[in-house]
Design a protein. Structure first.
Ligand SMILES: *Cc1c(COP(=O)(O)O)cnc(C)c1O
Length: 435
């Protein structure tokens, strides 16, 4: 593409298209991507960027993967879409069978939807409907932990961190949920009594009105990229049982190997009552999410009036998306993903660690295929992005966080380059706000 064509396209983009959390009157620049292959994004102007974001946790097998492409092409020639009311299809059934095998055993029913936020809405509805049919309709509030992120729709917003959750503007219109502080114990620490006290007291005071506790297991993503102790999660599972509160695990970001386990709840050896998955579910090829639950919850919902789960998206269990998910999970299970993820972890740990010495850096943390450098002040978004692009790297920092979660298939050499570039760029205090 020549400069003139690129400019024309970017002008339309700039003036007429909303990007995530962006302005259309004074937008930050967007880079025009022409194609992508493996871990490389090819820009329209011919430059190449190594992708450190996996397009927000999704592209675990990288871009333009031949096996994924074949699966989708084959499904297109059979059917691309089909209403799910009264009709069903093999891709949905095969995917469900596969999901039941790889997710915690008590999860037996699957509700498909088209995005993570909707999967969270459905989880909340399931929990409320469950207690309604159990003759405890007063149990309809959600308990959550601060620093969480669960999506951008209204129900999901109501359980995101009330301050950092990017939704304060809407707070007066959101269901009022109950929040406790996020656990302070790090991944490799055991929870102290003081770490459990807030959640225990919240349950003691509110269990009669709480339908479910919802949280991201082990890794809190967009709310702050924090990692916490599996021991804490294990204790919290027991507390939920003790106080008759359902546990919803939002594995939308953590699922499919990212934290070193197939699902992050495996670090704690616990199982949820309801689990949300999305993002890497289709290897990033199609938009698809799912909410899984146990026989006890699904029976509870369906055995009393209204007798059905009150939700049904138009694009529910889209066959193309289900085929992509099936192919992606198959690829993942047949790859040496555990070895790959632990190798990514090792390289990120070694390479990013020196950033701890930089005076403007607060901390460095790595878990599985996730590396985070947290600064003391916010990044200068446009400047730091430009600095990365000039080095041929795609990273998308936010707030005080510069973080990386590459596709699992990344070669050691590319990963090394990504991580070294990250280290080099964050060394420059000019790329961060002064206060
Ligand atoms: C991204 C995300 C969501 C929302 O998913 P969308 O597909 O963007 O609606 C929900 N929960 C977590 C943990 C996420 O990371």
């Amino acid at each position: 593409m020549n400069q003139q064509q690129i400019k024309q396209l970017l002008d339309i983009d700039r003036h007429h298209i909303w990007h995530p959390y962006a302005s259309v009157s004074d937008p930050l620049p967007s880079y025009l991507v022409e194609s992508a292959q493996g871990v490389r994004l090819k820009l329209a102007d011919g430059r190449e960027l190594i992708d450190g974001m996996a397009s927000w946790w999704c592209m675990i097998h990288g871009y333009n993967h031949p096996v994924m492409n074949r699966a989708l092409k084959a499904q297109i020639d059979r059917m691309s879409h089909l209403m799910f009311g009264g009709l069903t299809h093999e891709p949905a059934i095969a995917l469900t069978r596969q999901l039941l095998q790889i997710t915690p055993a008590p999860l037996q029913q699957v509700f498909f939807s088209d995005s993570g936020s909707v999967a969270v809405e459905v989880a909340i509805k399931m929990a409320i409907q469950y207690w309604h049919t159990q003759q405890q309709p007063e149990k309809k509030r959600m308990l959550s932990i601060r620093r969480g992120y669960h999506g951008d729709t209204f129900g999901a917003m109501s359980v995101c961190d009330p301050v950092t959750g990017m939704h304060t503007l809407f707070s007066s219109m959101l269901a009022e949920q109950i929040f406790v502080d996020a656990p302070g114990c790090a991944f490799d620490e055991l929870p102290k009594e003081s770490d459990l006290k807030p959640i225990r007291s919240a349950l003691e005071s509110h269990h009669r009105e709480v339908a479910a506790l919802i949280l991201e297991p082990i890794v809190q993503g967009a709310g702050g990229m924090r990692f916490y102790s599996p021991g804490w999660l294990k204790e919290v599972r027991s507390l939920c049982d003790e106080f008759n509160v359902l546990l919803i695990l939002d594995e939308i970001a953590t699922g499919f190997g990212r934290t070193g386990k197939l699902f992050a709840c495996e670090h704690a050896g616990i199982t949820p009552d309801i689990m949300c998955i999305g993002k890497a579910l289709t290897g990033g090829y199609m938009t698809l999410a799912a909410t899984l639950t146990t026989e006890a919850v699904s029976r509870g919902i369906c055995d009393a009036a209204p007798g059905v789960l009150m939700h049904g998206p138009t694009f529910m269990a889209n066959p193309l998306a289900c085929s992509a998910a099936l192919a992606s999970i198959d690829l993942l299970l047949h790859s040496q993903w555990q070895k790959r993820v632990s190798n990514i972890e090792k390289i990120l740990l070694e390479t990013l660690a020196p950033a701890r010495m930089f005076p403007h850096i607060e901390s460095v943390r790595v878990l599985g295929a996730i590396g985070v450098i947290e600064a003391k002040t916010s990044v200068r978004m446009q400047e730091i992005t430009q600095a990365f692009v000039e080095k041929g790297v795609w990273l998308r920092p936010f707030g005080k966080l510069v973080y990386i979660m590459p596709p699992f298939i990344i070669e050691e050499e590319d990963l090394q380059y990504l991580a070294e570039t990250m280290l080099k760029i964050v060394q420059d205090p000019q790329l961060f706000e002064s206060e």
